[in-house]
Design a protein around this ligand. Structure first.
Ligand code: FES
Length: 114
């Protein structure tokens, strides 16, 4: 018998107001946003475009390590401020995430800063 517990974590999508989404630990942030209509913008889903640029407002300690694509895309300052690429971010505990809506970005559909 497998006694492994299916640990659940919570995501709060602050910008869209989609609150308390419960997902399995280890989930990918963008995939869970798509599944539960969290509203995080995206295009490529593969760490190439920067559209999913977001900020982990709470629970940064509950995210997986930066991927190589994030290290290329994000500045040290952005990382220090809690920014991530949602499509590259795995979740090990509760988080709250915000982002700049596409229509408020200088270059819509792209990473808003740099
Ligand atoms: S959706 Fe393109 S980098 Fe994440």
């Amino acid at each position: 018998m497998d006694d492994q517990v299916d640990t659940k974590i919570r995501i709060r999508f602050l910008t869209s107001g989609v609150d308390d989404v419960e997902v399995p630990a280890g989930s990918n942030l963008l995939r869970m946003s798509i599944r539960y209509q969290g509203g995080l913008p995206f295009k490529c889903g593969g760490g190439m475009c920067g559209t999913c640029f977001c900020k982990i407002e709470e629970g940064a300690e509950n995210t997986g390590p930066l991927t190589g694509k994030e290290k290329k895309m994000l500045t040290d300052e952005e990382v220090a401020q809690g920014h991530r690429l949602g499509c590259q971010t795995s979740l090990n505990g509760d988080v709250a995430v915000s982002w700049i809506p596409l229509d408020q970005r200088a270059t819509p559909g792209r990473k808003p800063l740099k």
